[in-house]
Design a binder for this molecule. Sequence first.
Ligand SMILES: Cc1ncc(COP(=O)(O)O)c(C=O)c1O
Length: 459
Amino acid sequence: MSAVLPNSPAARDIAYHIHPQTNLALHREEGPLVITHGKGCRIFDESGQDYIEAAAGLWCASLGFDAPERLARAAYDQMRTLAYYHTYRQRAHPKAIDLAEKLISIAPAHMSKVIFQCSGSEANDTAVKLVWYYHHAIGKPEKKKIIGRRNGYHGNTVAAVSVSGKPDMHADFGLPLPMMRHTEFPHYYRHHRDGETEEQFSTRMAEALERLIVEEGPETVGAFFAEPVMGAGGAIVPPRTYFEKVQAVLRRHEVLFVADEVICGFGRTGNWWGSQTFDLKPDMMSSAKALSAAFQPISALLVGEHIYEAMVSESEKHGAFAHGYTHSGHPVAAAVALETIRLYEEMDLIGHVGRVGPYLNARVTELAEHPLIGDVRGVGMVCGMEIVEDKAARRPYPAERKVGGIVDRHAKRHGLILRVVGDRLVFSPPLIIDEAEVDEMIRRTRLALDDAWREVSRK
Ligand SMILES: Cc1ncc(COP(=O)(O)O)c(C=O)c1O
């Protein structure tokens, strides 16, 4: 990053703006990368340099970084018609109704109702509360514990980050909440034993989950949260038979299953939902991000009829379903999300991912030959690859060498924004990416890997 000039946007950013998920001390020294505009899969900084955004921002900008005219128009028209109204106390407005109906029409058959929030975190927080509410309704209030997975990520509000298995996000915040538990990280490449097949590994993962439930007491365990493909864990595709075995354990112990579709929903894995790609039958599904192509802050939690019926009986008991947000189902966000889904359908986004996703995965897989890369694995339009020091032994570099960070630095120099998770490099570009842009992304990645390799092997 260049020197920060007095009174520049960067200097004012340092002076006034606190950034999430940022090393604030480093930021105070170096300042931000200021992005001024976007076009398709690219973003541009103040100097005009373009970057291919291989992470779709935060796995969310499904249609790229400049909104199609009709989505801008949907927002504008809604602001002129009804710019705000709430959905508390039996109030409704047409766009929230239309969007809820649309979501149920594209959701797996056992989903029956939708509740809106503004972010993935809030959707998962709502799901946590509904797990507790549901179990009160059915007379099992002691089923309070919730199991997430190590390296799972479900957001940053107090409950969602507690279900997340990210110790760095708990440290010194006094978290996780005491009723949260975490089971194994199902990363086959990194954690399988010598000679262990994917299926055997999955059996071991499911057994570990069952052991945890039994040790805690099944009568105290309310739910299990999982992303179909783990995003912030490093784009971890579930090993074969994993979810089949895990779901059998959950059914045996009457533990609810919340599928976190915040990244996977709306095409990322090649179907509308990751739950369809991996044959999941969740009790609730949280979604956000690509729901509005990331152009408006909106999330939706989809629930099965049994959850809804429990909510109805609790709300009768207490006089209301006493939960909600000022912006739940905000009309402008709902209008944009509705138009976004219609656009996905008209452009056959799922078909596009079905064509370009395998191309992306094949091109990324070519990089497995690079001396830095040990493993490549993906599905649909998401792919992760792992940096290793010793390919045969699957041995990573010592963490303090920060090799992922070195690749990241070179990637930026070559006009590429990658998502780096430790020593895993993730590709989850806007879903509209085409073959030519994939080729350019791979070309820039290769340049970054070559530069990083030169730097790493010098030391
Ligand atoms: C799987 C998953 N769930 C939840 C969230 C939280 O979403 P938000 O940042 O919109 O609160 C994220 C964000 O990256 C996510 O990846």
